[in-house]
Design a protein around this ligand. Structure first.
Ligand SMILES: Cc1cc2nc3c(=O)[nH]c(=O)nc-3n(C[C@H](O)[C@H](O)[C@H](O)COP(=O)(O)OP(=O)(O)OC[C@H]3O[C@@H](n4cnc5c(N)ncnc54)[C@H](O)[C@@H]3O)c2cc1C
Length: 542
């Protein structure tokens, strides 16, 4: 067995992990090992924004998880893609750049997490960003994460935004500005028409540093402890089993499914589940893997009256070639768009203080996520409730680290979630019925005109809803008995062990989760370095 020594070991080179690798090595003083179960981000479709659709089912870059049968979704197993490659999920995601609402972070602070109010986290969002529109009080420029506008308007998106305005939803040209509410175009984590994952933005810059070692295709299988102090990690690389030791800390950044899995495999988790699998329990922590939260989206599908959708481009070779050439030459056009082109954040009831529903508007249509585009001209819009109350779990099913854990978000197990979702679907229909949109709708194909009542819409949601790929909160930050990490992201009851990724969010943010995961990486890195500085002995004058 080979062994190595470092100051810090980071498990997972995803959205947060690449940020950590960069920031922890920047001074040159700390030796860092970054372990990543996946390989290099060399697949061409990673770098072309529209290519995300090609990565849903690609085992070379994706863990391809699926949920257990969902009790309130007619027992369906919901796909759960996760990046398994440099950049993690930021290399396979839909590129939409949304931070969430200011109130989300104020709520985290309100729950007792000192240092996580919006005013506290804003400097980290700003430090991360290279905002195409330039810097101001709410945005940053010159940071490692490129954030850009969509390259050009599209007639369907223009119609959607105008129809939303007619239906009472204001236009909003900056969902990350002072107010999230409204309809407009999304911004993307992209630069010059290329995806800007954290591997591109953070890791590339740090790769040449002498004090950073990156191990690819290295699956962390077990944490190593000296009592309740984390001292290292055991990992598999091919047939070899290796150990690496950390004089400073071990930091888990494996994401909302894998970080709790690794803790459980290492003996930190619900005692009965671990002991039933023959794992020695180091700490009975029922909160490890609990509180899984995710956004459920329900898509409405339309036949378009005009051949202006992406379906039309993809299915006509002349258009396809033209789009390919245009992208090759200008980095613009349909290949440069992300998972949603335009969208809206809205309040389903006037008494709700901030938007409780997000709409993603897509200029193509498919039967299911990642499937081939329809042959007819089509588009879609999806509704998701932003702050779900349903809670699920991640639990290991085997002591073998290569076996996927049981994942069950338990979507729609809260009545409030059902009501908000149905109200959101009704609001979306109200938008689509406005003249600006109606002229483009030949037919609402799904759920269709037979599906009218709230009960019918809910039944449609149960039969067709799927994830927006935003799992969080399985190693939740807090100070209550079920919380896994404290407000400095240290695992409760342990030394030299932190979790720094989307799993620490106390509650799901009201929007897409990559920006918040990057911010957590930025803030986590600062906390680690501050604690290291505090530990450094001060030289006394002679
Ligand atoms: C298909 C899809 C579309 C999405 N669309 C958007 C979007 O448009 N906008 C948005 O904001 N968010 C989007 N998201 C969500 C967003 O990308 C994630 O919330 C975010 O990337 C999570 O970051 P993370 O650091 O927590 O984990 P990840 O980025 O998933 O990183 C975890 C890394 O750890 C590695 N790892 C895990 N376990 C181990 C182990 N045992 N040993 C070694 N390595 C390990 C993984 O391989 C991975 O590279 C999407 C996600 C997906 C999957």
């Amino acid at each position: 067995m080979e062994t190595q020594r470092f100051d810090y070991i980071v498990v997972g080179a995803g959205s947060a992990g690449c940020v950590l690798a960069n920031r922890l090595t920047a001074s040159g003083r700390h030796r860092v090992l970054l372990l990543e179960a996946g390989g290099r981000d060399s697949n061409i479709w990673i770098h072309i924004p529209l290519g995300f659709g090609k990565l849903f089912d690609n085992a070379k870059v994706n863990w391809r998880y699926a949920s257990e049968p969902e009790p309130e979704l007619n027992g369906r197993n919901i796909i759960q893609p996760r990046g398994k490659v440099l950049g993690g999920s930021s290399s396979i995601n839909g590129l939409l750049y949304i931070r969430g609402q200011h109130e989300d972070f104020d709520h985290w602070r309100q729950l007792g997490n000192t240092g996580w109010a919006f005013a506290d986290v804003l400097p980290y969002f700003r430090r991360a960003e290279d905002q195409q529109r330039g810097a101001d009080a709410l945005h940053g420029a010159g940071g490692p994460l490129a954030v850009s506008d969509v390259c050009e308007p599209h007639p369907l998106c223009e119609a959607f935004i105008a129809a939303a305005q007619k239906a009472g939803i204001p236009r909003n040209d900056d969902f990350n500005g002072p107010r999230q509410e409204g309809a407009g175009y999304f911004q993307l984590t992209a630069r010059n028409g290329r995806r800007w994952s954290t591997a591109a933005g953070y890791l590339k810059q740090a790769r040449g540093r002498h004090n950073l070692a990156v191990e690819l295709k290295a699956l962390a299988t077990r944490l190593l402890f000296d009592g309740h102090r984390a001292v290292g990690i055991e990992y598999r690389k091919g047939e070899a089993v290796r150990r690496a030791y950390a004089d400073g800390e071990v930091i888990l950044a494996g994401g909302a499914f894998n970080s709790p899995q690794l803790l459980q495999l290492s003996g930190l988790g619900p005692a009965k589940i671990l002991s039933d699998l023959g794992i020695a329990v180091i700490a009975d922590m029922p909160g490890v893997g609990a509180d899984l939260q995710d956004h459920l989206q329900v898509r409405m599908q339309y036949r378009c009256t005009e051949p202006i959708t992406m379906n039309d481009v993809v299915h006509q070779w002349r258009h396809r070639v033209a789009a390919g050439l245009r992208y090759a030459v200008t980095r613009k056009g349909l290949l440069a768009i992300g998972a949603g082109y335009a969208g809206a954040f809205l309040r389903t009831r006037p008494e709700v203080a901030t938007p409780d529903v997000q709409i993603h508007f897509l200029i193509f249509s498919t039967e299911t996520a990642g499937a081939a585009l329809h042959k007819f001209s089509g588009f879609m819009a999806s509704v998701c409730q932003l702050r779900p109350e349903s809670r699920g779990f991640v639990r290991i099913k085997s002591a073998d680290p290569a076996v996927a854990p049981a994942i069950q978000p338990r979507y729609l197990t809260s009545r409030a979630d059902c009501d908000t979702l149905v109200a959101g679907l009704n609001r979306l229909r109200a938008v689509m019925e406005q003249p600006q949109m109606r002229r483009y709708i030949a037919e609402e194909r799904m759920p269709g005109s037979d599906c009218r009542s709230d009960a019918e819409l809910l039944a449609y949601a149960r039969g067709n809803g799927t994830t927006v790929y935003h799992p969080t909160s399985t190693c939740r930050m807090g100070s209550d008995p079920a919380a896994v990490v404290d407000a400095r992201l240290r695992v409760h009851g342990f030394e030299a062990l932190r979790v720094v990724d989307a799993s620490i969010m106390p509650t799901l943010v009201s929007g897409n989760t990559n920006a918040a995961a990057v911010m957590i990486g930025e803030k986590g890195a600062d906390m680690i370095l501050e604690d290291a500085a505090a530990r450094t002995p001060v030289a006394l004058p002679a």
